[in-house]
Design a binder for this molecule. Structure first.
Ligand code: PMP
Length: 407
């Protein structure tokens, strides 16, 4: 933890210097969205000032430069997730859009009445509702892999839940509500023994360590730019080429076509087949800048720093009297979900905000998980590599103040 250049890194993020309620902001809501380094902010500023032009379509100089940068960003994403080729990288509006693309397009081609899709009980609503809509449409069945008391997947149930009708498993690599890391390699191994493809929701894993979709052997991997220090409104769908080739187009429009005629339309090749309309090319290029920034710091360094921060914060929180932590697994990232005895999460959130500490309260878009624990919501503090031990100390002091006020 000591040799990590934390001071230099924090200088890169202007918003970390903000004052909230006359005190220095402690930003612990990184699972909702991350702050942006100047490298990303300047990329966006520069593109709109000096280079803006629509990609792929025009012969003009600026369009050529923009197209080059956009396809360069696709290559950066490919390298970052270690995909085999850039045809397997589709730019979307975010993780939600990527999952909806797969649910609609894969669902159209491969799900029939009586088939089954398996999700887990800890999924974000984005990885539940698109599958519910699909299952309703196709008269298919959505099945659920349960979690245990400490919020880990009940892996012993997996072989029982996989049947000859299972057509897809969609599971998160890291729980946004608890930080628990799921054994996705084992899930994929068991699924592939039965020829079942697996979609991994990487919205909470892409920012915490090395992702290698080829080693993982997942069939789909999705994430959002804004959770990995990039802009909002941009995300990625990685899909194995064999699936993307076999899937019908999702949305129709410009760029995704080869020839359009009233007698019939033919479609563009991958990845353009799934990128209808004017895409968020500025967002994609800025996402590329965010990934390059992280590569520059080094994912292994980030991972090691966050593990140390997770241990430090975990120990500090566990020693607080009257705290109940959800998802206190050994395998986790520094996302902490908890309740304080006799204190409503919202009250705690309000007081912490007054102390300049930004956390989140509520169900974290994971109502079924809250239902499993029999609670209405939690307090969630989510940290990342620009957070510090000193901020954790301020947070713990803040919780003490909350307890003195309400306890
Ligand atoms: N999955 C997980 C695990 C998430 O944490 C989130 C965002 N909280 C999403 C999916 C959806 O991401 P977005 O809203 O950026 O599409």
């Amino acid at each position: 933890m000591n040799d990590f250049p934390i001071d230099t890194i924090r200088e890169d993020f202007p918003l970390l210097k903000a004052q909230v309620n006359k005190t220095r902001l402690v930003y612990f809501d990184n699972a909702a969205t991350t702050q942006k380094p100047v490298q990303v902010i300047d990329t966006i500023d520069n593109l709109y000032r000096n280079q803006n032009s629509s990609i792929h379509r025009s012969v003009n100089y600026l369009s050529g430069k923009m197209t080059e940068a956009y396809e360069g960003a696709r290559e950066t994403v490919r390298r970052f997730v270690h995909a085999n080729n850039s045809r397997e990288i589709i730019f979307t509006a975010g993780a939600t859009a990527s999952i909806n693309l797969v649910a609609t397009s894969f669902g159209e081609a491969f799900i029939e009445e009586g088939d089954e899709v398996l999700v887990s009980a800890m999924e974000h609503h984005s990885n539940i509702v698109p599958w519910q809509l699909l299952c309703d449409r196709k008269k298919a069945r959505l099945k659920v892999l349960p979690v245990n008391d400490i919020g880990e997947l009940q892996m012993d149930q997996l072989p029982i839940l996989l049947t000859e009708r299972t057509r897809l498993i969609a599971v998160t690599q890291v729980s946004n509500a608890m930080g628990v890391i799921n054994p996705v390699n084992e899930i994929i191994r068991q699924a592939h023994e039965k020829n079942i493809p697996v979609l991994i929701d990487g919205a909470q894993s892409i920012q915490h360590g090395q992702i290698n979709v080829q080693e993982m052997d997942c069939d789909f991997y999705v994430f959002s730019g804004h959770k990995v220090y990039g802009p909002t409104g941009i995300g990625v769908l990685y899909g194995k080429e064999k699936w993307l080739e076999a899937m019908p187009p999702y949305q129709g429009g410009g760029d995704m076509i080869d020839r359009v005629s009233f007698s019939g339309t033919s479609f563009n090749v991958l990845p353009f087949k799934f990128e209808a309309g004017t895409t968020n090319y500025v967002g994609a290029i800025a996402l590329g800048a965010a990934l390059e920034y992280i590569e520059h710091i080094g994912l292994d360094h980030i991972d090691a720093y966050e593990i140390a921060l997770n241990d430090y914060a975990g120990n500090a929180l566990r020693s607080i009297p009257g705290i109940r932590i959800f998802g206190d697994s050994k395998m986790k990232h520094p996302i902490f979900s908890f309740l304080l005895e006799n204190i409503h999460p919202y009250d705690a959130g309000m007081v912490l905000d007054k102390l300049g500490i930004a956390i989140r309260t509520g169900t974290h878009c994971a109502m079924p998980l809250m239902e499993h624990f029999g609670i209405d919501g939690t307090i969630r503090a989510s940290m990342c590599f620009y957070n510090t031990k000193e901020e954790v100390d301020r947070f713990v002091e803040g919780i003490n103040t909350v307890q003195e006020m309400f306890g």
